[in-house]
Design a protein around this ligand. Sequence first.
Ligand code: HEM
Length: 423
Amino acid sequence: MRLDPFSGPYSRDPATTWRRINATATSISYDDHLAMWLIAGHDNVRTVLADTTRFSNAATMLPITALTADAGDILAGLDAPAVAVAADRPQHLRTRAILRALMPTTVARAEQQWGPLVAARTDDLITGMTTNEPTDLMHFAVQLPLLVIHDVLGLPVAAAEQVRAWTDDFADLVWGNPTAEAQIAQAYSSVALWRFCADIVSRRADRGHDGPGLIGELLRYRNNDDSNLTIAEVAALALNIVGAGWITTTGALGNALAHALAEPVRWARLADDEHYLNLHVEETLRHSPAIDGWLRLTITDVTLDGVTIPAGSRCLVLIGAANHDPAVYTEPEVFDPRRGRGGQHLAFGAGPHYCIGAALARLELTTALRALARRLPSLALAAGFQQQFKTSAALRQLTSLPVEQRPAGRCPVAHGTSAGPRS
Ligand code: HEM
């Protein structure tokens, strides 16, 4: 079986590849080009993501595309200790427990803690949009999670654009297919992002001033005692949250907006139907997961569906294909917020590494969709819009989402445009 995640067709329409993969007899196969095992099928994907005994997270941040020696040497400067998503037991359990103690993990608690700041950032960004001219809504989808993650962590917002560029480079270096030349620049960016987190944390610790946000809370938890958390671990957790916290939510928000704007009636319902709003978000996460492939390394020989994967093998766990498994979802390619089993999706993973920021992501998605639909009721996809995602084996983020105001008099109708994403 072959995935070819860096090809044009996959970047335009990954669901067609997932359909082909889901239709083949075996859901476990070796991809010679990627030199990785592909894991498909809802049950297999859930099993692998949740099985921390036979599968390691150590390779999660190792670039999929082989690095040149020069880029590899530069990247060695990213010497962050393994925590949270990049760690295995016992380090994973220890650092995750600390994050769980400090971060709200239900939407209700996330709303209490972060609701006002997410709402304020959303309103400011909408106010700043020029709505009577064509706009790229991906700008909004980038800025909201980017600014929110700075607020949440207590990072200086003045650094947000720099952090955005560094994180984009890091993501392309790890999950993309960069040229040898690009790898050098991206490796420097990745190290710069790590140093940025490390410098902020050490400066605050040196001054004895823990400062705001989650970084402040982690430093207070540390209480100047390395046996609680080292300075490097605090910085590595900040790096984890920056890396995981905005780019994923940007992808999900872009996808949710594209589905919403594809049908004017959906857009109208988001404004005043809270039940529909939540269903729309969950169906987006199922249908168009922002992380649709994720990495694991086998610790031992593992037999799944009758196929044995040798110890030490890299695996690409196909969350997108699992979310489109016809054994679980009827007509999986149809975007249908009313489907009963949408909640079983694997967009946030499963088991011990389940996304620690899921509640924040859901809060951001619902806040943004509700506010945009209320304040810009005549927004529509620009004529001729064709979905195109950034090239990546893991992250599904639209390159652009051009929108325009619907001309006055064109009211929402039941089955409006044909220009939306394939659903
Ligand atoms: C729609 C947005 C998001 C998606 C699709 C997403 C997806 C995921 C997935 C699939 C995992 C599991 C990784 C694994 O099994 O190795 C994960 C873990 C994680 N996510 Fe998210 N995430 C999102 C938003 C966020 C946000 C907003 C934050 C931070 C506030 C965050 C922080 C984390 C962290 C720290 C982990 C590692 C947890 C662990 O290893 O115990 N994520 N996320």
